[in-house]
Each structure stands twice: as C-alpha cells, then as structure tokens.
Design a protein around this ligand. Sequence first.
Ligand code: GLU
Length: 552
Amino acid sequence: MALSDEIVDRLMGEGIPSVEEIEKKYPPRMLSEGQCVTRIAPSPTGFMHLGSVYAALISERVAHQSGGVFMLRIEDTDTKREVEGAAEFIIKALGDFDLKFDEGPLNDKQEVGSYGPYVQSQRKEIYQAYIKEWLKKGLAYPCFCSEEEIDAMRERQSKTGGRPGYYGMWAKCRNLNEEQIKANLDAGKPFVIRFRSPVKYMYKIAIEDVCRGKRFFPENDLDIVIMKSDKLPTYHFAHLVDDHLMGTTHVLRGDEWLSSLPLHIQLFQVMGWNPPKYGHIAPIQKLEDEARRKLSKRKDPEANIAFYGEKGYPKEVVINYLMNLANSDFEDFIRANPDKNYRDFEFKIERLNNSGPLLDFVKLENISKEFIATLSADELYDRLYDWAVKYDRNLQKLMDEKSNYFKQILNIERGNCDRVRKDYYMMSAIYPEIKYFFDDEFKLTAEDVFELLPNLSRDDVKFIADEYVNLYNPADSKEEWFAKVKEFALANGYAKNAKEITKNPEMAYKGTVSDVATVLRVLITGRRESPDLYSIMQVIGNERVISRLKLI
Ligand code: GLU
C-alpha cells in the first residue's frame, strides 16, 4: 500500500535528500572483468574476534588479488550494543596486521575513499531517503505494535506451534490505511518501519553461495524491521543500501548470516538492484574434550585478537596461520618458497574449509618458531623491545640498560650458525627463557644443582665443578673448549658415550662426557637443557662463569 508524500513526511521528517540525489553521488564503479570489491563490516560491539581478522584477510585477498577494492565499513547502527573505542580498535588491528583497506575510516574524523561515509551512523540521511522511497512505493510500512504486543504475539505463536515472526496474519500493521496511521501518530505512538515482504507463501529457492555452492532456502515472508524507532536502520536494510551504493561485488561474512541470505537477496530484488555475490565463512573452531565447538567470544581468551599481541606472536605469524586455516595448501607453498609471503600465494575462495577450520596452537607455535628463526638478532631485539614497550615495562627497562648484552643473548645459535635455534615462539616467552643470564633472576642453590643431576653423586658433581674452574679459559675456541671438557671427562672416569658404558661394564664408568657437560650446564644455566653451552658461556662472561662454577 503506497503512502502519500504527506504521511511519509510526517513519519520520516522533511529535508531528507532524494534517492536520485544520493544515487548521483555514488556512480557505479568502473571495474574491469574479474575485479572484486569486498568489504568487512564489523559492528563496534566489543573486542575484535580472531574470526573477524580471518574474514578480513579473506576479503582483502579476494579484492587485492583481483586488483579490486577492499573496504572497511563500521556498522554502528545498534547504539545499544556499541562499545566505546571498539571502532578505533578495529582500525588499529587491521593496521597492525597490515590488512590495508583502500576505503574506510582512518579515525573518527578522517577517511579514505569516495563512496563514504564509511561509518553507518554518519549515513542516517541516506537510509532515511530510501525508507521514504519504500514507504511511498508501498514496499514498507509503519508498525505501531508495542513491545508487549509483539511479546504476546510470540507467545501465541509458540503456544499454537506457529512459526515465530511478523508475517501473514500476524502482521497487524501491514494493512493500516492512512487514516489509521495518522491516528496512531496523533496519539504519539512510537513506531518502527517494516519491510513488506512480497511473498505470501514460502517457496524453496536456490541461492549460490561462493563458499558453499548451491543452497536451498525457504523464501523470506517476514516483514522484518528495517528502521527502528530511533530512526536508525537495522543491519539488513543498511547493508542493502551500503553494498548497493558502494558497489560491493562480494559479501564474504560469517556464516551466522547464512539464514538471512534469502531475505537479503529478496531485498536486492525488490529494489531491482544486482545483488553482490555472497559467501559465508565457516567459523574457526576449537577442540574441547575431543569435541569441536565454535571459538567463543565469552569463554576463549584466544578468540580475542588482542590475545596474540599480548602474547607477542609476530603479526606475520598470525596472518600466515590464518592463511593456513583458509587454504591448507598455503603451508606447502611457504615451505617451497620461504622468501615469499602470503600475498604471493594464490588464495582460492572455493578451497575454504567449510566445516570450520580447527584452531591448533601447536601448529601456530611451529609457524612462529620457523618465522622467528628467520629474524636476525637485531630484528628480534627490535620486536622484543616493541613488545616490551607495550606489555612489560620492566623488561623494557632492562633492555634499555643492557641492550648489547640482550643482542648477544638473542644472537646465540642465530648469527653465523648452520642450525638456527627454533625455540622462541612468542615475545612473552623469551625473557623467561633467558632469565638465567641475569644475576638478579638466577637463584640456583647447591641443593637445586644436586636435584637436577640425580644420576651423579654429590662428590662427583663437586669434583667436576672444582676442577673445571681451573681448566676454563674464556679465550678458548669452541673446538678447544670442547676438547678440554672431553679430555677432562675421559681422564676422570667418564666414558665417551653410553654405548661405551654398555660395551665395557667392567670399567664402572661414572657417566659420560655428556654428563660432565650437563654438570657445567646446570651450574651455569640452572637447566639440564639449553642452547649451545659454549656460546652461553661466552656471552655470560668469565666472571659469571667462575662464580657460578663455584656455587657448590
Ligand atoms: N555488522 C555485521 C557483523 O558484524 C556484518 C555482517 C556482514 O559482513 O554483512 O556481523
């Protein structure tokens, strides 16, 4: 039922630009064959989910791989759910991960791109213009049902086993005439605007999803709310107008929106607009008690993208890991092309894991270890320092005071070495790993030493420590150093290796050369295992070596 200009003005107010004026400002994009325009459209309702970065990466790849445009649009029309600072965080997070959008807001004042504004709350008039148009064409109508009435309707629907929602005979306000609308307005009743679904009976329709292929859905017959009583549009309507005006070719979004697909296609059809292609991305899952479940915003700290920054996973690692979740052959690509990055890989949307990829921290850590192994000591130092500035002021202070010492420590099994160490995987785990280099942190007691060396007698341990102090010469090369340890061990009742002990039981060896080295390692590092001991001793310095050897 089309409404007159007069009643539409009363409902929506005057001075709103016309649809024609708006359309002129948003000329269709000149795209060449195959160029894709994608967007992510997060709502600033809290922290940024790992899944949002995953969707952003996919959208960014689809756009940039085709030479197209990647946009950021902030969907902030649900003012009740909005969380202060969330939009800024989204912009920052995308920047942190180098997911560069070509169009979108840069902060609360600036933006890039000529299809904006890219923040929905700044597009109020645009939506209102289309709502007016829809009211005039009878595609929408005002609904004055109160919350109580809607609740009562739902209750009756559930009692009678009816499908929930505002449709068909339940759609009380669908056929209000102008007189009735006026009377409601005169009575000061608040209202929302509803879409008048053209469908009376539900047919099944087939829709092609770019991730999931052809899917069948019941056609939408719900008269959904398109504008709330605060005169802001709902997501369904805002996304329709925005993706139309912004020329989006591909909407790639979380699969919680899959059930809205028939409605969204219907909205485009009603307008006679070409719908974008839709693709619904399966959510990242995790394994709990051997069962898979969706990564939960509430329960899982690792669902929050900030978690990875706090732990200090390099940004490249998070992106590579997400790329792996998206296209599992990415891993082989990087292995075969270690000098390339994810932008060199041909991402394929149809290869997305539609049953939901599984978050696997062992894998993430391995990717991280491999990546950190490619950094020079200076690069690693800079990354650790940047991390410390944000998350660990004490570490930052220590790094400021002892930057050279830190660089030397980080260079152990890194510079000039054939096998780079692969044990560092996140910045927050580095200092705990290297604490023994710092006297204030080194709290080893003689008792600890003996406990760490249960297969040697206390006297033997003490003997090794006492004798080795006199042998140690910091000027020795690595070969000389090792030859000395070996010679000392062999001369004092230790076998070359375990095999020799088994072969010659009559010798009653006290242990092996490696046991002797372990004694030194425990005394110097407080651990049975460590990176190359010679390098550690070189870095830690003669004075510390001597004083630690003299502990027992
Ligand atoms: N604002 C919606 C959300 O945050 C966006 C869905 C879409 O990408 O269309 O889930």
